[in-house]
Write a protein that binds this ligand. Structure first.
Ligand SMILES: [Fe+2]
Length: 597
């Protein structure tokens, strides 16, 4: 059976193809359209998935959309009427936004793909998140918690998933038992603080988490005033402090500002050593602290209720690696699984898997435990483009030679753009579209920030380490290795190594590490081993291969364009190495063209 899953129209559109119960391809639209957080109908992603599966739209048995647009419309309409007349000004725009293509998804799918209505299915947003988390995890039974800004109505749901005892049997269940509904939302709470701290919502949440490490949670009681715990371990926001439910213009109210002080303007410099900067860091630390407190309590209760050893986390809130690590340590669950794409992009895959296992009742199948579901790299493209551009290109005879050479260059302080195999699904570069560097010194981190990533200095870089060496350098609790597979947990760096891992150790002594399994990413694993042989430490700094504000690169030519616009020293694809040295005796017209540029 061939099932196409789609997510679109909020942020991070994506498509995923599942054939006979196993994913064939899954990719975010932004990687192909080159528009960051592309929320449009994922035409290019669909095309890629169909091509990867070698099928035409007519071969599809079903197309599944990741949420129910009518329910979402009902929520927007109900909120607008409930808050009338405060919503008067924003009502026409809200209706215009929702009444367009967002509501008529079925028509869009029909017109783009030419499939009949009977083949188009809709699943609920949080069921898609739950399926993306549970059906991709190597577990047969698990508790599930999903949390995000909002889907249709739900903003957080808890439940459990069960797969049949053996692969090949039917009877998979993904049951959500309870939910918390809009406007009460952990995701919206965090996003409100993201906006208050002057960062872009849906993009700057990482920055709040990074900034939190510089602060003390001295505003925790104030945060507990805006989000109150209710009987039974749930929570409720005091809506007097918020405005996101009445207008798209502002997420927090005057009372919010009275409580936390003036907001930070996006263009204001952020210096955690100044008084103002310290207040901002303390506000970030406080919302982070309360978020963790609530999540840990809810997961503890879920553990008591289900008595299961495994927990699957989904939704955008599951990108909070500091909270995930606390859940693993404190909730009672032995293993915590977060998929490579817990946000809405991963819902395309979740919706397709859910339709396969639950709606159609197809037999259970193991889903390969890796994030590499996107387009395959055409490594030959790099050599072609670089030669045309007059840069020096080296083709290395063997993989062993290439790895040894790159390891030595990294040890000498070179910054390497590394492209290999299929693109990652989800927001993190996990060794297939990565910028790599030696992790040892703070100067290297500053060089990356200033000449390549052009980003704020308080944001930490992440290390990658072979799974078998992870505990030597990082203090991982049981289960920590697996949580770190997709960089989903933040853990302490062992104190004896912080001095030698300064570029990847955050101000509070932690790191958001990636553990690399030989079986999952053999070439990246081999590079880490090669670097270990040269430097004595098999750890590399791994940051996503993109410049600020751009999507992660996909094709070799995009990697090349990024390489030419920033301070990356070497670029690698397959066995091709490019550096910025000019080839002697290049044609005069190329030189003249460059001089003109
Ligand atoms: Fe979501």
């Amino acid at each position: 059976m061939k099932i196409l899953g789609l997510s679109a129209h909020y942020h991070d559109s994506a498509a995923a193809l599942v054939v006979d119960g196993v994913p064939v391809a899954a990719v975010q639209e932004e990687r192909l359209s080159r528009r960051k957080n592309d929320a449009g109908f994922p035409v290019a992603a669909i095309e890629h998935c169909l091509e990867a599966g070698g099928i035409e739209p007519g071969d599809l048995d079903a197309v599944v959309f990741y949420e129910k647009p009518m329910l979402k419309f009902e929520r927007i309409l109900t909120m607008a009427l409930r808050e009338w007349p405060r919503t008067f000004a924003s009502f026409p725009q809200a209706m215009k936004n929702t009444l367009g293509e967002k509501l008529w998804v079925k028509g869009l799918i029909k017109s783009w793909l030419g499939v009949p209505s009977s083949k188009i299915l809709f699943t609920e947003h949080h069921r898609s998140h739950a399926a993306a988390a549970f059906l991709t995890a190597p577990t047969r039974a698990a508790a599930i918690l999903t949390a995000d800004g909002v889907g249709e109505w739900a903003t957080l749901s808890v439940g459990r998933g069960e797969r049949p005892r053996t692969c090949g049997e039917a009877g998979t269940k993904v049951d959500l038992l309870r939910e918390i509904r809009f406007p009460h939302s952990l995701g919206m709470l965090y996003s409100t603080f993201t906006a208050f701290l002057g960062f872009q919502v849906n993009e700057g949440e990482y920055k709040v988490m990074g900034l939190a490490s510089y602060g003390q949670p001295r505003f925790a009681d104030q945060v507990r005033q805006v989000i109150r715990r209710t009987e039974g371990g749930a929570f409720q926001l005091d809506m007097r402090f918020f405005e996101y439910h009445t207008t798209a213009k502002r997420s927090y109210s005057k009372q919010f500002v009275d409580l936390f002080g003036p907001p930070r303007a996006p263009w204001d410099p952020l210096d955690p050593t100044s008084d103002e900067g310290r207040r901002h860091a303390d506000v970030a630390a406080s919302v982070q602290h309360v978020l963790e407190e609530i999540l840990v309590d809810m997961c503890k209760a879920l553990h008591d209720e289900t008595q299961l050893p495994d927990l699957c986390l989904g939704g955008g809130v599951a990108l909070n690696g500091v909270a995930n690590a606390r859940i693993l340590r404190e909730s009672g669950f032995e293993r915590v699984f977060v998929p490579c794409a817990p946000g809405d992009a991963g819902c395309a895959l979740g919706a397709a898997l859910l339709a396969d296992r639950v709606h159609f009742g197809n037999p259970d199948r193991d889903v390969p435990d890796h994030p590499y579901w996107g387009p395959e790299l055409d490594a030959g493209e790099l050599g072609r483009v670089a030669r045309e551009d007059g840069l020096s290109v080296t083709e290395v005879a063997s993989d062993a030679e290439l790895l040894d050479r790159i390891a030595r260059e990294l040890h000498a302080g070179k910054i390497v753009g590394w492209m290999d195999g299929r693109t990652e699904l989800g927001p993190r570069a996990l060794g297939h579209r990565s910028i790599l560097s030696a992790p040892h010194t703070a100067e290297q981190r500053d060089r990356l920030n200033k000449s390549i990533k052009f980003r704020e200095e308080f944001r930490p870089f992440a290390p990658a380490v072979p799974t078998e060496h992870a505990s030597t350098y990082f203090d991982l609790p049981p289960g920590g290795h697996r949580l770190a597979r997709f960089m989903s947990g933040v853990f302490p760096v062992r104190p004896e190594h912080t001095g030698n891992l300064a570029a990847v150790t955050h101000v509070d002594g932690t790191a958001r590490l990636q553990t690399v399994d030989r079986a999952v990413a053999p070439r990246f694993h081999a590079l880490l081993e090669a670097y270990g042989r040269v430097s004595g430490v098999p750890v590399l700094l791994n940051t996503s291969f993109n410049l600020a504000g751009e999507p992660i690169v996909n094709r070799a030519v995009e990697g090349y364009s990024t390489f030419r616009r920033c301070g990356i020293d070497l670029l690698v694809a397959g066995r091709t190495i490019v550096n910025k040295e000019r080839v002697a005796g290049r044609s005069a017209d190329v030189e003249a063209k460059e001089a003109a540029e």
